[in-house]
Each structure stands twice: as structure tokens, then as C-alpha cells.
Ligand binder design. Sequence first.
Ligand SMILES: NC(=S)c1ccno1
Length: 244
Amino acid sequence: MRLDIISIFPEYFAPLDVSLIGKARERGTLDVRVHQLRDWAHDVHKTVDDTPYGGGPGMVMKPEVWGEAIDDVIEGGSPRMVVPTPSGRPFTQELAQELAQEPWLLFACGRYEGIDSRVMEEYSGRLRVDEVSIGDYVLAGGEVAVLVMVEAVGRLLPGVLGNAQSAVDDSFAPGAMRNLVEGPVYTKPPLWRGHEVPAVLLSGHHGNVARWRRDEAIRRTVRNRPELAAALDPATLDKHDRKL
Ligand SMILES: NC(=S)c1ccno1
């Protein structure tokens, strides 16, 4: 997968050189290219923003600069374009799975009050353009949101996770974990400061362990995410689940 990221703060993406994503880049699974938007601003101050039409606070990012940058980066190609914005569709594990199937993603990091809407309008005619929100809160720009999305998508690519089963068991993963969050996890020692590991996890009985883990996932989902629990497909719940 090729990932292009356009931003006025390319240094935000140094974390993509480490850990799982860094190793995926070294192996060639991920080809990440970060671009400084100001390279396409031609005035002496490298201006990328201006005052909003209609008045109001803050500044809006200029369409000319973005248009030149995107045209140069895509070189006539057709990446899927993702624009992080609080007004976008929710970024979910399902969307991460969908984006992980794409051969090429282009992330446009807005700052200030955002990118002139004509940029998304212009490229929607040529590319799949998704405005996406990682949550109902406002950041100073799209860079942190892109880091979140790149990690969530990148870890789903073949060979990135040490054990592919991890992605299957993820919270929210399609299939058995759909609309469920994961239950608690434990490791050695079996007793720590008076806290014991649940006995079933030491039993070696795989069926009982799987049942316990599902029960705990349902309990935690009901406790922490009642709106997800309400959306659980009744067909996937057996009579034991319904008693939880
Ligand atoms: N919530 C998101 S994605 C965002 C982008 C910029 N500010 O907030």
C-alpha cells in the first residue's frame, strides 16, 4: 500500500518510522510519502491560508495551493482521498478494514478552520473522497487523526501483525466481535498483589476459555458501550449470552 500525506507539519509523522508501521515500511508493505504543503505556495511567505468568505473567526486553507499539491502528488493517478475533519463520517474498525483493501491512500491534513470546500468538490469528480472524523472533538489539525488512521489501517495489512488472529479478535472486528469490545487480558504471574488471574484462564480448557472471553466481552460492552450492546445482532447471542 502507498500512503501519501500532505501537511504543513510533516514532522508530525516521525512516529510512522517506529514500531509496527516502521517495520512495515522497512519491509516494503507500506510506502509512506509525506509532503510539505508549503512547497506549493509560491509567495515569499509560503502562504497557505486566507480569511473566510462570509466572515467569522480563523483562517481557511487556500484551494490553489491544495490543488497544485494534490495534482503533483497523484500525477494523474487515482488514490482514495481521506480528509480528517470533525464534520466527517465516523472512523470505525469497519472503515479501517475497508481502507486496508485500498492500494493507495492520500491523506489531506487540514489546519485552521479547514480546507476550502471546493478542493473536496474538485477531487470528488475524479477520486473517491471521504471526509472522516476520528471522534466528536476538535483537534488543531488533521495530522493526529491521520496518525490514528494510518496505525489502525496499517496494522491490518498482511504480515504487519505478528499473529493475524489478533486482528480477528480485535474489538469491533467484523464477525464474532462485531459491536463488541474485548474483555480483560492477563499474563504472568498468576497472583499479583493479592489479585488472582481468573481460574478458567489457567484451566487449559480452550472451550471454557473462549466462552469466558466472550462473556467478558459482552459484559464490558454492556457496561462501557451500551449503545453497541443494543446493536448486537440477536442471532449471534445464545440463551447464555442473553442472561449476561
Ligand atoms: N475529529 C477530527 S477527525 C478532527 C480533525 C481536525 N479536528 O478534529
